[in-house]
Design a protein around this ligand. Sequence first.
Ligand code: ATP
Ligand code: MG
Length: 392
Amino acid sequence: MFGTTQSRTVITRLNELGHEAVFVGGAVRDFLLGKEPTDIDIATSATPEQVKSVFRNTIDLGTEHGTVLVIESGEPIEVTTFRTEGTYSDNRRPDEVHFVTSLEEDLKRRDFTINALALRIDGEVVDPFKGREDLSTKTIRAVGNASERFNEDALRMIRAVRFVSVLGFELENSTKDSITLLASTVKTLSVERIKTEFDKLFQGTFAHDALKLLAETNLSEALPLFPPRQDTWLQCAPFRNSLEGWASLMIAGNYDASEVVRAYKLSNKERLYLQSIQKFFKIRQLRAYTIDDYYVADYSTLVSVEKMVRAFTNQVTIAEDEINTAMNGLPIHSKQELEVKGEQLMEWTGKKGGRWLGEAIQAIEHAVLYQVISNEQNAIKEWFLHEYECEK
Ligand code: ATP
Ligand code: MG
């Protein structure tokens, strides 16, 4: 049986009121592939107003585009009215959408045959563009004329490569030719839309093939900051997550973290990660990691850095095991693990808090980290009162 109980309830309820309502998009594709769908989309002949009147708890996600979020027993489900789209003259969003009553019309506006499938509640698959055949032959094929579809919305070209990365499929010939021909038009897209697709592309098991394809189809040339060292970049794929993908782009192109952040409007969290990768990659061009490096870095950051060291430098890499052992072998992993706190230092010295306190904690942290003393109250007290305080 397909879909969650809640999503089935939504469809059944709409059907009972005489509206057509079906599962659509990626969830149907993933279901037919035997994969867990990421999100469930429902399409219906009911208008957004009708959808809102049927369910108690709904959130408007842009009624003009026909999408209403229905919260059914705590689960949010996107319900979109059957529609066709006009062109995307700004390459951001369709100029206009028209609501239609026919499911087939709705499926026709979708990007690829494998995404233009619908599933009724009774299990019947609606497949006017032979999407199932393309699923079985692992083919990404545009619905209708590929060039026309890419002219309507250039993002579809990047989506095609994203599906190659995630599904391991191949581009059908005319779909690939049209991308090669129209690649430069992705320059007009908003970077937010491109970024979202790349986050998914970088996570794909077949990211290696996808990066190759980006170069083959000329998409690389049209995308901001795509690196000239394509072949070395390929050695980093597949990526452990999307962050590693962005970081490897930075290293492959020899960019500063801030350039990638600006070009692709990366989040704060992503910026911090890139900066950290950049820092340790630079360090690794000079030397191996020190105790301090192991202390401040995340395990996953160093593992990613080593991958890049392997791809982009002649340095000998440090194995994951070695990183793991070094990190686990540290006497402490953060200040919080120290067996003494500021209050004890104040008690031992009879002094009030102040700048000295932070400095003292830092000195203790260093002494424990480098195993000058063990992380025990007595040992720390002894060292602190007789060595640290005396030296000052
Ligand atoms: P995922 O599993 O990553 O969510 P998806 O295929 O569901 O993949 P979404 O971006 O969630 O991708 O879009 C849902 C559906 O909407 C697609 O399957 C496709 O039918 C349609 N779609 C999305 N973006 C476009 C587009 N730019 N042009 C045409 N159809 C699109
Ligand atoms: Mg989806």
